[in-house]
Design a protein around this ligand. Structure first.
Ligand SMILES: [Zn+2]
Length: 128
């Protein structure tokens, strides 16, 4: 029952989706090969197959784009290097849910910066 709580890494999910698309594409094209007696059906199936494969290429390209945005970290649970996508993701190796609040860190820094400014303003106000 605890398996319901296991997250799987987003990139792995997308990658397996792209792989499924390629298999579906080839399966559809194979179907077209089987239906070569019916010309329009063969052409339609081939067209769909090519579309699926092109779509998987787009997804793979998308993964590449996403991978550039990921943050490489060492998993605290299994101590293997993994990549995180977004604030919440799972370890690629042990499916350990991970959180990374890079943006929150930035916000905190901004807040501190603002606070310092406020303090300076407050100080100058007190001085006056
Ligand atoms: Zn791990």
């Amino acid at each position: 029952m605890a398996d319901n709580l296991v997250y799987s890494s987003k990139i792995n999910k997308i990658r397996s989706f792209a792989l499924i698309l390629i298999f579906v594409g080839f399966a559809v094209m194979y179907g077209g090969l089987l239906a070569k007696k019916i010309e329009w059906l063969m052409l339609t199936l081939f067209l769909f197959g090519v579309m699926f494969i092109l779509l998987s290429c787009v997804v793979y390209f998308w993964i590449g784009m996403l991978s550039a945005k990921t943050v490489s970290i060492v998993c605290p649970s299994c101590e293997k290097p993994t990549k995180m996508l977004g604030r919440v993701d799972a370890c690629m190796h042990c499916k350990q849910p991970l959180t990374l609040d890079k943006e929150l860190e930035g916000k905190e820094f901004d807040e501190k910066y603002n606070k310092r400014k406020y303090r300076k303003q407050a100080k100058s106000n007190n001085g006056n």
